[in-house]
Design a protein. Structure first.
Length: 236
């Protein structure tokens, strides 16, 4: 595995157990990756190297990139990252993966839960300023405070007519006025197409925990989607 050193610039808390990390790669003008790809973080523990994969959560921006991850109880690498300070350097592997926009001109539906939002943030911030193809993001979490990057995503929906943001909460407070329930319950609305468009031009991208990803994939297949239209990545 080709490795490089990344330097932490800053971090911020999205929730008590989820942090957003900004890194730079010293000595290079451009850190090369395709939005949606992941990098592997390497940490040495008890004489052995432990690696974990994390999706890049930012658009292409010179030698900078961001990660978004949750602290795993007794996790080796996440605990290591959560204790970093600005200026600390981390060994990482080059960007890899195929969870990327296959047909930028197609209408797309993104379906995410939890930190599965990370690769979609990278895609959206990179794609929306350059393309007019329509994208719907269906984002499910347990509690309202878990809607990572909420203000930013709502801002993108106001800024770009081609982007629709559909957050849904499974354990809403009384004050919540939006969608409720799991993402699976809102597929009809997310997948709805104008009468003049055909389902064959719609690509669906899914990212989150295995149970959700498998459930949505099965539902899409029942609805007649071809496997090539279903692009997914599991986080467990």
């Amino acid at each position: 595995m080709v490795t490089f050193k990344a330097r932490l610039i800053s971090w911020k808390e999205l929730t008590p157990e989820v942090h957003h990390f900004e890194f730079e790669v010293p000595g290079v003008e451009k850190f090369k990756f395709t939005p949606g790809q992941f990098i592997r973080v390497r940490e040495q523990r008890n004489g052995r190297v432990v690696t974990r994969a994390y999706s890049i959560a930012s658009p292409r921006d010179g030698n900078r990139f961001a990660l978004c991850l949750n602290r795993v109880v007794d996790g080796i690498v996440s605990e290591y990252l959560f204790h970093l300070k600005p200026g600390d350097e981390v060994e990482m592997g080059e960007a890899r993966g195929f969870f990327t926009l296959r047909h930028p001109g197609h209408r797309s539906v993104f379906i995410a839960t939890g930190t599965g939002i990370a690769p979609f943030r990278s895609m959206l911030l990179d794609h929306l300023p350059q393309h007019q193809s329509r994208i719907t993001l269906l984002f499910g979490v347990r509690y309202e405070h878990g809607l990572l990057y909420r203000d930013e995503l709502e801002g993108l929906a106001r800024q770009y007519e081609s982007f629709r943001f559909m957050p849904t909460i499974t354990r809403p407070a009384q004050s919540w006025k939006g969608l409720t329930g799991r993402v699976q319950e809102h597929l009809d609305e997310a997948l709805a197409l104008p009468s003049y468009e055909d389902q064959s031009t719609l690509d669906v991208y899914i990212c989150g925990l295995k149970e959700m990803v498998d459930d949505v994939r099965a539902e899409l297949k029942e609805r007649g989607f071809d496997r090539k239209q279903i692009i997914y990545e599991k986080y467990d």
